[in-house]
Design a binder for this molecule. Structure first.
Ligand code: GLU
Length: 453
């Protein structure tokens, strides 16, 4: 059997971290089992779905590198298929037309509430076998009246629902459009999905979906309902907590590797390992170690992981993401140090690439005014002159060579480090960078260093 998983977002907003995590789990599980990862856009809610949100989801998936094997499929392109299933079910008596008016249903609801009963459809039209009339109707699925549905959930274990608790779900509205739980079922059946990994806010939909999958004669997938992600204050993650859109993390200077690594550990563990490359995630991922309890978002840990990847991924790879940050700041980096050199110089000091770009602007500044160099004594002046002369001769503008030149001058002029280092830092970057002096000269380059001296 080929394992087939899917990520099925509704495009009503951006790709948020909760969605990204279920996408990641579905992706990993498919990859680990040499299976197929499907992307399905659940855009049937025409009022709430927007093309911008679809694009935002595709951009987010693309940035994270979670490439689908099949799709993206769009539910709005499958209306004919949904209609065909509805017709088939009506013909077989698996579904029925219901002409109960809004007023009747509202009254029923009020009565049930007054009797402290759970509001539910009472099945008035269930056995009437109504044919198509001019009267408006919805189509309802004839849910089994007796028995129970057991959801074998990989996270929550067996969860049992009584059919008597489930009323007859509307599968087509009066305008003929199919409803959410129904389209999911048709798609999961048609796409031969074997494992459904999604947020546990969907757990209550699952018994209804299982009953409908059975009506379709489809295999019942394995379900894994993962707990939601909370903010660091224990409340449901929302905009209040800062970045919740995946692309906002890119904007804030995070690497996709860091966010993925962070997300995989939110609700899943492999011993006490914290750092996972994509390859390791694929190798180690399993549904057995998913946690039942909600995971709280911890920005400090994400920052820590981000710096880890800034420091350990190849500098020329990180440089590409850094370039994006400079573009966002409107800084032209063509006349200045290479981005790879900036990454090498700054990796130890920056937790995000946004921070790195901001702290490195000074190296691209064209109209630079040196800081005030007050009370420079004769000794320091002479050392600076000597330094300038030696730098002019320097052919090999490397951090090692620049280190040697600087330290040889301190020694020969019998100065303490700050006596030369402090004024030099003012002259070169006006105190705007705490990098070691040799790195500052390296990043400025020979021409700018000499011009500022
Ligand atoms: N479209 C649903 C959502 O975005 C997910 C449906 C599913 O995974 O079954 O919440």
């Amino acid at each position: 059997m080929t394992i087939r998983t899917r990520f099925a977002p509704s495009p009503t907003g951006f790709l948020h971290v909760g969605g990204a995590r279920t996408a990641l789990f579905s992706y990993l599980f498919a990859k680990k089992n040499k299976g197929v990862f499907i992307l399905r856009i659940e855009d049937t809610d025409l009022e709430r779905s927007t093309p911008e949100a679809v694009q935002a989801i595709l951009d987010g998936m693309n940035w994270l590198g979670l490439k689908e094997d099949e799709g993206p499929f769009y539910q709005t392109k499958r209306f004919d298929r949904y209609k065909a299933v509805i017709q088939d079910w009506l013909a077989k008596g698996t579904a029925y037309r219901c002409t109960c008016s809004k007023e009747r249903l509202e009254k029923l609801r009020e009565e049930q509430m007054a009797n402290k009963e759970k509001p539910r459809y009472d099945g008035r039209c269930r056995e009437l076998n109504l044919s198509e009339t001019s009267e408006p109707f919805v189509v309802r699925f004839k849910n089994p009246a007796q028995g129970e549905v057991i959801v074998h959930d990989a996270v929550h274990g067996d969860v049992i629902f009584q059919n008597s608790e489930l009323d007859d779900l509307i599968i087509a509205r009066s305008d003929g459009t199919p409803t959410y739980n129904f389209t999911v079922v048709v798609d999961d059946a048609d796409m031969k999905v074997t494992h459904v990994i999604r947020g546990d806010d969907h757990l209550n939909n699952t018994p209804r979906q299982i009953n409908m999958l059975e009506a379709m004669g489809a295999n019942i997938p394995v379900y894994a309902h993962v707990p939601m992600i909370l903010g660091d204050d224990g409340k449901k993650l929302s905009k209040r907590h800062g970045a919740v859109s995946v692309m906002q993390y890119r904007d804030e200077g995070f690497l996709p590797e860091a966010l993925l690594n962070y997300l995989v550990r939110l609700g899943w563990s492999h011993g006490d390992q914290e750092i996972f490359s994509m390859q390791e995630m694929i190798q180690e991922f399993s549904l057995d170690h998913l946690s039942k309890s909600a995971a709280a978002f911890n920005t400090e840990k994400l920052l820590w992981l981000n710096q880890h990847y800034i420091k350990t991924l190849p500098a020329d790879y990180v440089a590409k993401a850094l370039g994006w940050q400079f573009d966002a700041l409107g800084i032209d980096t063509s006349k200045g140090p290479t981005l790879t050199d900036v990454v090498t110089a700054q990796a130890e000091r920056c937790k995000t690439l946004k921070e790195m770009a901001e702290k490195s602007q000074i190296f691209y500044e064209e109209n630079f005014t040196p800081g005030p160099v007050a009370n420079l004594d004769e000794k320091a002046k002479a050392a600076l002159e000597d330094l300038k002369a030696q730098l002019m001769q320097c052919q090999e503008w490397t951090v090692e060579k620049l280190y040697d030149i600087f330290h040889a001058i301190i020694e020969s002029h019998q100065l303490k480090f700050p006596q030369l280092g402090k004024p030099l830092r003012e002259i070169l970057v006006a105190g705007a960078s705490p990098l070691p002096i040799n790195w500052i000269m390296k990043l400025l380059g020979k021409e700018k260093t000499l011009a500022r001296l």
